[in-house]
Design a protein around this ligand. Structure first.
Ligand code: SF4
Length: 326
């Protein structure tokens, strides 16, 4: 007898893991699918897929999610997370892959009524309609509360083995995790940077003052502290060695400066808007350097044009607080 074959969206969270086990119990062959971007890493999904023993397919979702952050048709959630549009687009992309591979369905770990904005009956219906996957989109954890899908009516997926979980309680999921022997899973809300307040401050600043269409700048949002100087110049200031090493390699993305006669941060300035802003950026780097280990003044090198300059004391970090984004 033919088995239903499909992709199940995998974040690495418990519900996405349970969805796969429930589908397998209903007789399906399942591959996991994770949409990656600078806002969402595949690390947790990979660990979960490895633990479940299923194949994980990675899809670069960066261009899609940037377009949605710039223009969220159905608005944002609590931060800059366009969850309904994001979900619908991921499922649409998954549907294209389903057709390409000759699979029968796309599944998600969504639970009816679990999240007020993105997982109520209306939102689940919108996602199904917007994604163009009517009849092929399965939510195995709540499937019995919805109309049977095509694989169920065709008899290649056992509806009786699907579930009817609804609401915000996690009790049934926790019990199922035990039943399936799933031990490792992150907290339900974690993982997406678009839900983190500090990260979104940086993202909004980039959107307002520069552009989200430069993929490199979006990718660099995870690096360092952010400052926006009076004439509009943005500065990315390394917090630690890893940040500094990464920024040092970004000469194509802007001007890179750092102290050369004492330990201190590397800064990347994507676009210098005025000479006074540049002077402030140099002073900013000095103020975050370990100048107490130095008897004289700090020498700053501009690695883009190989010019060094001595910056006289004093250096005052407090004065830059008003320019700090995050
Ligand atoms: S939390 Fe992030 S990745 Fe998940 S649906 Fe919302 S915007 Fe998309």
């Amino acid at each position: 007898m033919k088995k239903a074959r499909g992709f199940s969206l995998m974040s690495g969270g418990l519900d996405s893991q349970l969805a796969i086990r429930v589908l397998e119990r209903a007789g399906a062959e399942v591959e996991a699918l994770c949409f990656t971007s600078p806002f969402f890493s595949s690390d947790t999904a990979q660990a979960a897929a490895d633990a479940l023993g299923v194949k994980l397919n990675l899809v670069d979702f960066t261009d899609d999610i940037i377009a949605l952050v710039e223009n969220p048709r159905r608005g944002f959630g609590g931060a800059m997370n366009p969850c309904i549009d994001c979900h619908a687009t991921m499922i649409k992309r998954a549907g294209e892959l389903m057709v390409e591979r000759g699979f029968d369905f796309v599944a998600t770990g969504e639970v009816m009524g679990q999240r007020p904005m993105s997982q109520n009956r209306q939102s689940l219906g919108i996602v199904e309609r917007d994604s163009g996957l009517k009849g092929r989109l399965i939510r195995p954890l709540s499937a019995k509360l919805m109309e049977p899908t095509i694989p169920e009516t065709e008899g290649i997926l056992n509806r009786e083995a699907l579930l009817d979980i609804q609401g915000r309680s996690r009790d049934r999921q926790i019990a199922l995790a035990e039943e399936f022997g799933i031990k490792e899973y992150p907290s339900p809300a974690g993982g997406c940077k678009l839900t983190e307040e500090g990260f979104c401050r940086k993202l909004k600043d980039l959107k307002d003052h520069e552009t989200l269409s430069c993929r490199r700048l979006v990718e660099l949002l995870v690096v360092g502290r952010r400052f926006r100087l009076p004439d509009g110049t943005g500065v990315i200031l390394g917090r630690d060695r890893a940040d500094n090493a990464r920024l040092r390699g970004e000469k194509n993305a802007g001007v890179v400066i750092a102290p050369v006669n004492c330990p201190g941060p590397t800064a990347l300035i994507p676009e210098i808007k005025s000479s006074s802003d540049y002077a402030l950026a140099v002073e900013l780097v000095c103020s975050y350097s370990k100048y107490d280990r130095l008897l004289g003044d700090i020498t700053i090198k501009n690695f883009s044009d190989d010019i060094t300059q001595v910056v006289p004391r004093p250096y005052n970090r407090v004065k830059f607080k008003e320019f700090q984004i995050c």
